[in-house]
Ligand binder design. Structure first.
Ligand code: BTN
Length: 140
């Protein structure tokens, strides 16, 4: 029994028991960078988003994000959502996702997003929303 106990203590922790922390610097497949700075025990967080691409021709500016995370202090693969208030366009983007940790401890944020652009008339609503998926990996 002592041997089993020693093995259990020495073996690397399995992926399911690793906790995912949102705080840090993340990059997605487009080359956009996202910094999550302030997380708290209530599960709210804030940060900034530097997109690598835009639907407008305006100069890209780093933009604030605000989010919520479920079960922030439990050892789980938490779901989360956040919105980005673009500082250089009239659009808003909402991301929802989930954090995963692989057996090597690599963290990945699997997300989907909706980008709503401002249109001048309700009749243009049909073309006002883009949708996509995005995978973020930690760079710091
Ligand atoms: C705009 O073009 O009006 C604002 C910038 C939108 C950038 C989008 S949000 C979803 C996708 N993922 C990114 O990292 N950037 C684009």
């Amino acid at each position: 029994c002592c041997l089993l106990l020693v093995l259990a203590l020495l073996l690397p922790r399995d992926a399911a028991s690793r906790k995912c922390h949102l705080q840090g610097l993340w990059r997605n497949e487009l080359g956009s960078n996202m910094t999550i700075v302030a997380t708290n025990t209530a599960g709210t967080f804030s940060g900034s988003y530097h997109t690598a691409v835009a639907a407008t021709n305006k100069q890209i500016l780093v933009s604030p994000l605000q989010g919520v995370q479920q079960h922030p202090s439990a050892k789980r693969h938490s779901t989360f959502g956040f919105t980005v208030q673009w500082q250089f366009s009239d659009s808003t983007t909402a991301f929802v996702g989930q954090c995963f940790v692989d057996h090597r401890g690599k963290e990945t944020l699997e997300t989907m997003w909706l980008l709503r652009e401002e249109v001048l008339s309700r009749k243009d609503t049909w073309k006002a929303t883009r949708v996509g998926t995005s995978i973020f990996t930690r760079i710091k």
